[in-house]
Design a binder for this molecule. Structure first.
Ligand code: C5P
Length: 209
């Protein structure tokens, strides 16, 4: 059983994916972390972000088991990740590892930008989780304030828009809903409501198996 979850940054797909994986006892892979780990390895080694052959080599060395959200969550790493994510050779290397992960038993939840369209087009459940740019920027803003740090809303909003443009506008595997994806707009939905909506879709797919 493969559950493919795509959507833009800060739409709530990470939280939803973890909740689904916990509820069904499935393995979870946040594929954004694979792009982030590649970017961090380049930054740490002082290597350029625009050399596709070097970036591909780093991508092939990424260990899925060692991905740590706390270490990889910084804004700078996210920006660098979205830059190297436009490179076809980097995508090929990471997609290979992601596909292998998706076959684990008894089931998997993968979240990212191209899971339903490119990584696992055969997934029986595809969700496209979205929310307005304003709602997503606000969530980021509240999250940073919640950690006791200061934040500038206008700057965060501009960042969300810039990341959307880069992810939706790239030639290789742009962010878009798969034709057979269920759309979940979480702008005015709690995470619990989103989970319940997802559960109905997943249970129906499991029954068909
Ligand atoms: O989701 P997250 O913010 O961690 O992803 C970082 C960047 O990695 C995204 O902005 C996107 O450019 C890239 N990414 C991707 N394909 C995926 C997951 C992430 O291109 N499946």
């Amino acid at each position: 059983m493969i559950i493919a979850i795509d959507g833009p940054a800060a739409a709530g797909k990470g939280t939803l994916s973890r909740q689904i994986a916990d509820a069904y006892g499935f393995h979870h892979l946040d594929t954004g972390l694979t792009y982030r780990a590649t970017a961090k390895a380049l930054l740490d080694a002082g290597l350029p972000l625009d050399d596709e052959a070097v970036a591909e080599k780093m991508a092939r060395e990424v260990e899925l088991a060692g991905l740590d959200r706390d270490i990889l969550s910084s804004h700078a790493i996210g920006e660098a990740a979205s830059k190297i994510a436009v490179m076809p050779a980097v995508r090929r290397a990471l997609v290979e590892a992601q596909r292998a992960f998706s076959l684990r038993e008894p089931g998997t939840v993968l979240d990212g930008r191209d899971i339903g369209t490119v990584v696992c087009p055969e997934a029986p459940v595809k969700l496209y989780v979205t929310a307005s740019a304003d709602v997503r920027a606000n969530r980021r803003y509240e999250e940073i304030l919640g950690k006791g740090q200061s934040a500038d809303y206008a700057e965060i909003f501009a960042d969300v828009r810039k990341r959307d443009e880069r992810d939706m506008g790239r030639a290789d595997s742009p962010l878009k809903p798969a034709e057979d994806a269920h759309l979940l707009d979480t702008s005015e939905m709690s995470i619990e409501a989103a989970f319940q909506a997802a559960k109905v879709i997943i249970d129906a797919a499991l029954k068909k198996k």
